[in-house]
Design a protein around this ligand. Structure first.
Ligand code: THU
Length: 130
């Protein structure tokens, strides 16, 4: 699947965000190693801390459905150039060490980063066993 198609799916996923407190909607669409596409949007909770980011929503759904390796993920938000938060980067590290992150404003305005670029010198599953 090309980047533009994945971005459009993330843009559509943003419509399902639940953001009564911030009004800041984020949409994510990921591609698994098996070629499956999974989406997510942010969901906010009145007590704030249980709030779930779009990226983790998509990743946890994918893992629950059996995926263990993510190839790439498109992220888009109501603001320009929205990058995944630090917590989401660590979750990406668990299930997508070699993944690409597409930071998208639209289907023709986006940049692609490796997870290594966004989370250098990371700690991951291998570090517990080596
Ligand atoms: N948010 C995401 O969904 N992904 C990010 O990477 C950054 C932040 C959400 C969480 C919250 O619902 C809103 O954006 C404002 O922080």
């Amino acid at each position: 699947m090309n980047n533009e198609t994945l971005i459009q799916i993330a843009i559509d996923a943003k419509e399902n965000a639940y953001t009564p407190y911030s009004g800041f909607r984020v949409g994510a669409a990921l591609l698994t190693e098996d070629g499956e596409v999974i989406t997510g949007a942010n969901i906010e909770i009145a007590s704030y801390s249980p709030t779930l980011c779009a990226e983790r929503n998509a990743i946890f759904t994918a893992v629950h459905k059996g995926a263990r390796n993510i190839r790439k993920m498109a992220v888009t938000a109501d603001a320009k150039d929205t990058f995944p938060c630090g917590v989401c980067r660590q979750v990406m590290r668990e299930f997508g060490k070699d993944m690409e992150i597409i930071v998208a404003n639209s289907v023709d305005d986006y940049r692609v980063f490796t997870l290594e670029e966004l989370l250098p010198h990371s700690f991951g599953p291998e570090d517990l066993t080596e």
